[in-house]
Design a protein around this ligand. Structure first.
Ligand code: NAP
Length: 242
C-alpha cells in the first residue's frame, strides 16, 4: 500500500492535509511532536472520511528518533511504503536578530530544515525503487521575501526551497516530484498571536487563508495529475506581494 506521511499532522495545516490525503485514498501516518490529544482529533477526522490513520509521534529535528519510529513502522508493514511525504512540521520563534538567542535560531532551523532532510532522505529509497513518489514541502511567504523579526524562520524556509529545487533535479527521472507550497497568513495556532485585523488590510483578498485551502493544493501536488510539476514553489497567500 502507498502511504502518506504528514509531519506536524496534529493541528492546523497538517491536520487539513491529513484529511485531504485520506479523502484521496491514502492511508495516512500522522506525525506530531507532543500534542497527542490533537493528533487523536486528526485521526478521528480522517476516519470520519472513511480513511485510515496511524499516529507516529517523534521530533522531526531528532534524526535518530525519526529513524527508530519509521524502522519500527516498516517492520510492522513489510509490504507498504511511504509514497507521499509532506514535510509540514514547523515552528516560529520570532525575534529581531540583535536579540535572537542561539536556541531560537537552532530550533527553528532544525525543525524545518533538518526535519526535511532526515525524513526525505529516508523516504527516497522506496520512492526511487517504486518509481513513483510525491514530496511536498511547506515553506512560507517568509522564505521567499523575508520578513523582519523572522531571520531564523525566513532562513529555514528559504533553505527548504533551495533544497527542494536541487532534489527535484536529482530524482525527476524516477518519477518522484518535489514541490514547495508557500502559504501567506493561514488561520491556525501559529498565527493566533498576530493582529489579524491590521494584517488583513494588506491582503488583496482581504482575509487570512484556511488550512483546507492549503490542503487542497497539497492534495493536487500529491496526485497523479501533478506528475509534470516538479521543483516549483507555489504561493498561496491571497495575493500578498511576494
Ligand atoms: P501549527 O498550527 O502551529 O501546527 C504545527 C504542527 O507542527 C503541529 O502539528 C506540531 O505538533 C508540529 N510540530 C512542531 N514542531 C515539531 C517537531 N519538532 N516535530 C514534529 N512535529 C512538530 O502550525 P501551522 O500554521 O499549521 O503550520 C504548518 C506549517 O505551515 C509550518 O511549517 C509553518 O511554518 C507553515 N506556515 C504556516 C503559516 C500560517 O500562517 N499558519 C504560514 C506560512 C507557513 P504538536 O501539535 O505536537 O505540537
Amino acid at each position: 500500500m502507498k502511504y502518506a506521511l504528514v509531519t506536524g499532522g496534529s493541528r492546523g495545516i497538517g491536520r487539513a492535509i491529513c484529511v485531504r490525503l485520506a479523502e484521496m485514498g491514502y492511508p495516512t501516518l500522522i506525525n506530531y511532536h507532543t500534542n497527542k490529544d490533537a493528533a487523536e482529533v486528526t485521526k478521528s477526522l480522517v476516519e470520519a472520511k472513511g480513511g485510515t490513520a496511524e499516529l507516529l509521534p517523534f521530533d522531526v529535528a531528532d534524526g535518530k528518533a525519526a529513524d527508530q519510529t519509521l524502522t519500527a513502522w516498516q517492520e510492522k508493514h513489510p509490504d507498504d511504503h511511504i509514497a507521499a511525504l509532506v514535510n509540514n512540521a514547523g515552528i516560529r520563534l520570532d525575534s529581531m536578530m540583535i536579540f535572537m538567542q542561539n536556541e531560537q535560531w537552532h530550533s527553528v532551523v532544525d525543525t524545518t530544515l533538518n526535519g526535511f532532510f532526515y525524513l526525505t532522505r529516508r523516504a527516497l529509497k522506496d520512492m526511487l525503487t517504486n518509481r513513483w513518489g510525491r514530496i511536498i514541502n511547506v515553506a512560507s511567504l517568509s522564505g521567499i521575501k523575508g520578513l523582519p523579526g523572522q531571520t531564523n524562520y525566513s532562513a529555514a524556509k528559504a533553505a527548504l526551497i533551495g533544497a527542494s529545487k536541487a532534489l527535484a533535479q536529482e530524482i525527476g527521472a524516477r518519477k518522484v516530484t518535489v514541490n514547495v507550497v508557500a502559504p501567506g497568513f493561514i488561520e491556525t495556532d501559529m498565527v493566533k498571536d498576530l493582529d489579524e485585523k491590521s494584517l488583513k488590510a494588506m491582503i488583496p483578498t482581504g482575509r487570512f487563508g484556511k488550512p483546507e485551502e492549503v490542503a487542497d493544493l497539497v492534495g493536487f501536488l500529491a496526485s497523479d495529475q501533478a506528475a509534470y510539476i516538479t521543483g516549483e514553489v507555489i504561493s498561496i497567500n491571497g495575493g500578498l506581494y511576494t
